[in-house]
Design a protein around this ligand. Structure first.
Ligand code: DON
Length: 304
């Protein structure tokens, strides 16, 4: 059994000494005032032992990280029919770009870019009575934590400035790949992005992707084959046009969000989450990526 604690302590010390911490996302006004000095990390191993350092208990806006949970909920409801609505190829494009969407007839490249998650939200809207509360209950259930919540101020703030997401949704709708009204789909999408939680909560949530679809309480949410597919999508598409760089530097499937969170995992071994609000030019947490590179290098543990 590996003792990750000294490794995490050293990582926090190392990254806290770095002066250039990237730039906090400000296109969602509510996120612009987050303190860029924050840094947290938490790791949950396959014996359910948790190790944390820095600001690991502080909640932040998980943003695009929630796209993996939207995907897993939709996949478990509709199965492989899902792939008629969204593809599984890396986009090589920034997370909010529209050009491929037009060229590829409204079928988003993958479920982890904004356009893909918008289609997934539409699928959920068609299958659930009350998508917002059912999705939150799904997330709370997996993490076994009813304190996880939407951040209304963040959702409302993004709704006012989410012009590119409106453009994407209308483009998808024009190709016939949205069944519901754009306003309803985007309302659900913005709320799903606004969920806030800490690194310590995030690793419990993503434990299902480490543990063959089962949460810490051993309840099953996904089949082994579905976990394999979602982990593959995280590896190839979880970091937008930096997915190759993340695989190269870190070597784990994972997902980032513009709130500065990253979650990554080694199947059957561990799940790790970092939070540092400053982003690099590709929209991924600058220090989070560095920290995870240090983790897989120091431990020698990665999928490669
Ligand atoms: O739709 C958006 O732009 C945000 N709610 C989520 C973007 C995001 O986190 C992608 N991140 N790197």
């Amino acid at each position: 059994m590996m003792d990750y604690q000294p490794i995490l302590n050293q990582i926090v010390e190392d990254v806290q000494a770095i002066a250039d911490r990237g730039k906090v996302a400000d296109y969602i006004p509510q996120l612009a005032s987050i303190d860029s000095n924050k840094f947290g990390v938490s790791l949950l191993d396959n014996n359910a032992k948790q190790f944390s350092a820095g600001d690991a208990e502080e909640a932040f806006s998980i943003q695009s990280v929630s796209k993996v949970l939207l995907l897993s909920m939709a996949f478990s409801i509709v199965g492989d029919d899902l792939w008629q609505r969204v593809d599984v190829e890396p986009s090589g494009d920034p997370f909010n770009h529209l050009s491929l969407l037009e060229m590829e007839n409204g079928i988003p490249r993958n479920p982890l870019i904004n356009a893909g998650a918008i289609v997934i939200c539409d699928v959920l809207l068609s299958h659930l009575k009350d998508p917002k509360s059912e999705f939150l209950e799904y997330v709370q259930g997996i993490a076994d934590d009813s304190s996880i919540a939407y951040d209304n101020a963040v959702a409302i703030s993004e709704k006012k400035t989410g012009f590119r997401n409106y453009a994407a949704a209308y483009l998808i709708k024009s190709f016939g790949n949205l069944e519901n009204e754009v306003e309803d789909v985007l309302d659900f999408y913005f709320y799903s992005c606004s969920i806030s939680m800490s690194c310590e909560q995030l690793v419990k949530l993503f434990y299902i992707f480490v543990n063959r679809g089962k949460c810490l309480k051993n309840k099953s949410y996904l089949s082994l084959s579905q976990v394999k597919r979602i982990n593959a999508i995280m590896l190839t598409c979880g970091f937008y046009d930096e997915a190759g760089e993340f695989a190269f530097e870190v070597g784990l499937p994972g997902k980032s969000g513009v709130g500065g969170g990253i979650v990554a995992l080694l199947p059957n071994q561990f799940c790790v989450a970092t939070w540092s609000p400053g982003l690099n030019e590709k929209g991924n947490s600058k220090l989070g990526m560095l920290a995870l590179e240090k983790l897989t290098t120091k431990t020698g543990q990665s999928i490669f």
